[in-house]
Design a protein around this ligand. Structure first.
Ligand SMILES: C[S@@+](CC[C@H](N)C(=O)[O-])C[C@H]1O[C@@H](n2cnc3c(N)ncnc32)[C@H](O)[C@@H]1O
Length: 261
């Protein structure tokens, strides 16, 4: 039987939506032109910051603190000293370096990312010291370029909301995991679909590509995606004690740990 540790339920209503509407209706309205200059400056400032935060590296502003938290959590549960760790959607070398501290002396951290430029960048940055432990290659979570039962830990942070084919992604993560191994997923807790639609609309109006496809997740929907629930020993869903940035505002993050028999 699967043991489920459920730490917190998903909020039903998100006040961010109201803030967002007020912010943008105000910014687009002629009324602001007649308001106090300080208010205009404040609104403009936050508007520009929001645009700058949209997509790309800016989202990583919070990722190092969330990464440290997650690694501490994994260590607490004994998910450390693993020989082979897969980081899906690593995006930068720092994340891989921190994961490398988890593995045993002869262990390996392998990163895959769908973005070839990220892979090339990290390859260039890898110095001898890390090159022994870390390697990267281009690959997608829906078609992981490794054989079955290869990894002790599959790590996937702040990227699942960018994946359309979630069922394939879960099948693949399970396929490459060794018996007794673990999967750790960190992503956004489900927030308002309306807010997400508005965000998508503004991204399109700004002529930027929209890489995010899900407004975060609920525990239940991810639980349904487990391809072999009979092989799952323990499931743990935890709200993280800080937020990550997506779209126009900060959003709550969860950590989902799946431990196999
Ligand atoms: C928002 S970044 C997260 C980076 C990092 N894990 C972090 O937490 O800071 C998402 C990364 O996932 C990658 N990505 C998106 N879809 C992917 C897929 N299907 N397979 C592998 N990587 C993917 C992107 O190229 C990007 O580098």
């Amino acid at each position: 039987m699967i043991r489920i540790n459920f730490h917190r339920s998903t909020p039903f209503f998100n006040l961010n939506l109201l803030n967002l509407i007020v912010e943008y209706v105000y910014f687009l309205s002629p009324a602001r032109l007649y308001s106090n200059k300080i208010i205009i400056y404040y609104k403009l400032d936050s508007f520009i910051k929001n645009i700058l935060y949209m997509g790309g590296d800016s989202k990583l502003k919070v990722s190092m603190s969330s990464l440290d938290y997650v690694l501490t959590e994994l260590k607490k549960d004994g998910i450390s000293n693993r020989n082979a760790v897969l980081d899906i959607g690593f995006h930068n070398l720092d994340e891989l370096k921190k994961l490398a501290l988890l593995v045993e002396a002869d262990g390996k951290v392998i990163g895959i990312d769908i973005n070839f430029e990220r892979v090339q960048k990290v390859k260039r940055e890898l110095t001898n010291k890390y090159a022994e432990k870390i390697s990267v290659k281009k690959g997608s979570i829906v078609d992981i370029p490794f054989s079955d039962n290869y990894f002790d830990l599959v790590f996937c942070k702040a990227m699942l909301h960018e994946v359309q084919e979630l069922d394939k992604a879960f099948k693949e993560m399970f396929r490459v995991l060794k018996p007794g191994g673990s999967i750790a997923i960190i992503d956004f807790i489900r927030f308002s679909r309306l807010e997400f639609k508005l965000y998508g609309l503004i991204v399109k109006l700004l002529g930027k590509p929209l890489i995010d496809v899900h407004p975060g997740f609920k525990f239940n929907e991810l639980q349904k995606l487990l391809p072999k629930p009979q092989l799952v020993d323990e499931l743990e869903w935890k709200k993280c004690p800080f937020q990550g940035h997506l779209g126009f505002s900060d959003k709550e993050l969860f950590l989902l740990k799946i431990k196999m028999k």
